[in-house]
Design a protein around this ligand. Structure first.
Ligand SMILES: [Zn+2]
Length: 304
């Protein structure tokens, strides 16, 4: 049974469901000795999934980076697993954007983190989203921010974070490790599921399409890319073909809504669509996910 996005954010039932492992899976994990929820993707880079946006990690003897922090409870489990890989403090915690399933765990990690980096709009939007809520006192914000490009050299590695346009929110960043040829997209990719488009949080669908185009140009065929959300735990990483699919879905969504508006259809009539042509296989992680996408496209196109 599906749920509201709010409840999805609270429970992330999809990912929790992903943790119900078959005996074979459990056996495979015992053999691999990966901490629970961890998956190594390339050398010393990998992901962690439990509840909320996928965490990325990069662990070296001289440097540790973590990308996004999920929720306090799940990030505590992450930290326990990370301690099996390294006793080192986290040199950099990166927030890909302000949503609470990517930043709520900052509070738990803060004593283990030297600095938090994010795009400059991220802490502003985080503050706005949490002001006057019970979560306000537990917000921990990025202390280093950037506009369009941030980079750091670590040994033979060059880490770069980029922001091109308002997209999923107004403060998204994509992080790339050039030497390893890996990246973390945050929520710029909801892999094969209807994305959440946060217009109130500064998001913009046309900007999102252009942002993905830039990343498709930037990456090679072999770039291994982590996504904020996906259909299941095997869809939390992929390559730039998945970025193209996300871009093409957003383009098709805009084209569809434009066409319906030009036929004289009302917002309510447009929201009745059951699929976007060509993307019938897409599903939602929460109730009314497609309706929310249609509504966002209608609003962005200036519909009344
Ligand atoms: Zn998000």
């Amino acid at each position: 049974m599906k749920q509201s996005r709010k409840n999805f954010i609270k429970s992330s039932a999809l990912l929790a469901g992903g943790l119900i492992l078959s005996p074979q899976d459990t056996f495979a994990r015992l053999l691999s000795s990966e901490p629970k929820g961890f998956k190594t993707l390339r050398e010393n880079f990998g992901l962690f999934f439990e509840r909320g946006g996928t965490i990325g990690w990069y662990v070296r003897n001289d440097f540790v980076m973590v990308i996004d922090s999920q929720f306090p409870d799940s990030v505590a489990n992450f930290l326990t697993g990370l301690r099996k890989k390294t006793p080192r403090k986290i040199d950099i915690l990166f927030n890909t954007h302000h949503h609470l399933d990517h930043t709520s765990g900052n509070f738990i990690l803060k004593n283990n983190v030297l600095k938090i980096v994010a795009q400059e709009n991220c802490p502003i939007l985080q503050k706005q989203a949490n002001e006057g809520t019970p979560r306000e006192s537990e917000q921990v914000y990025a202390d280093i921010t950037f506009g369009t490009l941030w980079k750091q050299f670590v040994g033979n590695e060059i880490i770069k974070a980029r922001h091109y346009f308002p997209a999923h929110t107004g403060g998204d960043a994509v992080i790339q490790l050039e030497y390893l040829n890996v990246a973390h997209m945050g929520d710029l990719v909801f892999n094969k599921v209807y994305p959440f488009i946060d217009l109130e949080g500064g998001g913009n669908i046309e900007g999102w399409i252009k942002f993905l185009d830039k990343c498709i140009d930037l990456f090679t065929r072999d770039t291994l890319i982590v996504f904020g959300h996906g259909l299941n735990e095997d869809h939390l990483y992929g390559n730039k073909l998945d970025l193209a699919y996300q871009r093409d879905y957003l383009s098709a969504l805009m084209d569809y809504v434009k066409k319906e508006i030009s036929k004289g259809k009302s917002r309510d009539e447009i929201l009745l669509a059951e699929a976007i042509p060509g993307f019938e296989i897409m599903t939602g992680l929460w109730d009314d996910a497609l309706k929310m996408n249609l509504n966002a496209a209608y609003t962005e196109l200036g519909g009344q």
